[in-house]
Design a protein around this ligand. Structure first.
Ligand code: GLV
Ligand code: MN
Ligand code: MN
Length: 414
């Protein structure tokens, strides 16, 4: 068992199958949750689970759980996984490495004919990205009780045309098992993931063991000005909503720089009527604020909001802002984090402690069980883009560390 390694070629082949489902011209993947591409990937995943002889459980949010029974079923299970949906468009590894890496770990344990003490569960969480149906971490958020199933079902796509619950049913993945963590007995959860930032890549380190995940605060801002003909309308006295937005966008950036220990981003903007010869009368934009310190992030929002009000007043625009979604920072379980570093050391890989700037399902899972993550380098620190890349060797190394953590945890009695 000590010498057990995953099959790197099989892992790569599985990721390559995934890369072709919703694959883009620029080597990325576009496979948003509850779309036809998501269905095709889920069908493949389900087939792979069946080949392993595992029970596949699909819950009301479409979360998919492959369950491999252990010797002592009264003990809490060890869970590992991530998500198979992507940004619009996204890369080949974000989430996918964690879900297919966990599957590869299960395949390797099966091949070695090992009976684990605890159940081992591989999970594909629904709509981690929220790239088409915001917010992110929807499947895991309902599972932990952070958001309600009904609210999640009612979410509209970014164009406001389709409804999440209906689309999930349409692709055949609105399951019947209750989406509720209290129906499960989980002792520990691991998520293998690409780092999505530049730290491991720049430091030439192979494994990262985050102590936790930054908080994620999401806001919506709506501006209303006055549309008019651009030619005859003098520059003075205009109520240009896009001009107000442009100052607010600067405010977001400036506030994050001035306050430090945080990042803040305007990622989405809609401008109406979006015509070159009409003064913009309506703008919607989003603000994403992240920090290890939730209070600090809230203070930043307060400052931004006050400055937004001043800008809006000066330019004669009406403003409405609201919180859309909030996840507090997550602190991982110390024993599980240490196990990542210990496993990496034993495998001769080495690793470093860090924090996760990206949000993950583990922000949610960690609320109801003990959790930790394993990071591998993102080439040039790029992610949420089609160019996102991680070497196959790093994919295999990270999955070996995951496998070792699963083996160790599943033998630990409690
Ligand atoms: C999730 O992908 C995030 O926004 O960090
Ligand atoms: Mn992810
Ligand atoms: Mn992502």
């Amino acid at each position: 068992m000590e010498d057990l390694r995953v099959d790197a070629d099989r892992l790569r082949a599985s990721i390559e199958v995934s890369s072709a489902i919703g694959g883009t011209e620029n080597n990325g993947v576009q496979r948003c949750a509850a779309t036809d591409e998501d269905k095709r990937m889920r069908d493949v995943f389900a087939e792979w689970v069946r080949e392993l002889g595992c029970e596949l459980r699909i819950d009301e949010m479409g979360n998919m759980f492959a369950i491999r029974p252990g010797r002592n079923r009264r003990l809490g299970a060890v869970m590992a996984g991530s998500h198979l949906d992507t940004q619009k468009p996204g890369g080949r590894f974000d989430g996918i490495l964690g879900a297919l890496g966990a599957l590869e770990a299960m395949r390797s344990i099966n091949d070695a004919d090992i009976e684990l003490e605890r159940d081992f569960i591989v999970v594909n969480w629904t709509n981690e990205e929220g790239g088409w149906f915001p917010p992110a971490c929807m499947g895991s958020g309902v599972w932990t009780g952070s958001i309600s199933k009904e609210w999640a079902y009612e979410r509209k796509d970014r164009d406001g045309k389709t409804v999440f619950g209906e689309e999930l049913a349409r692709i055949g993945y609105k399951g019947s098992f209750p989406c509720d963590h209290r129906k499960w007995n989980i002792e520990a959860a691991y998520e293998l993931h690409i780092e999505q930032g530049p730290i491991l890549w720049n430091m030439k380190q192979r494994i990262g063991a985050p102590k936790g995940i930054l908080c994620l605060h999401w806001y919506d801002v709506h501006l209303e000005g006055t549309a008019n003909q651009v030619g005859p309308t003098p520059m003075e006295g205009r109520n240009d909503a896009l001009l107000a937005f442009s100052e607010m966008c600067q405010t977001v950036n400036k506030t994050a720089h001035q306050m430090g220990n945080m990042v803040a981003t305007v990622g989405e903007v809609q401008n109406y009527p979006n015509s070159r010869n009409i003064i913009p009368c309506r703008v919607h934009f989003t603000v994403d604020i992240r920090s290890w310190d939730d209070k600090h992030a809230l203070q930043a929002w307060e400052l931004m909001r006050r400055e937004f009000e001043i800008i809006a007043k000066r330019l004669g625009c009406r403003i409405r802002s609201e919180e859309f979604w909030k996840v507090e920072h997550a602190t991982f379980d110390q024993e599980l984090v240490d196990l990542v570093l210990e496993s990496a050391r034993e495998l001769g890989i080495g690793g470093r402690r860090m924090v996760s700037g990206a949000g993950h399902d583990m922000s949610e899972i960690n609320k109801v069980t003990r959790g930790a993550m394993i990071f591998v380098p993102s080439i040039e620190g790029r992610s949420h883009v089609e160019a996102e890349n991680t070497s196959w060797d790093d994919c295999a190394r990270g999955t070996d560390v995951l496998l070792r953590c699963i083996l160790k945890m599943s033998q630990r009695g409690r």
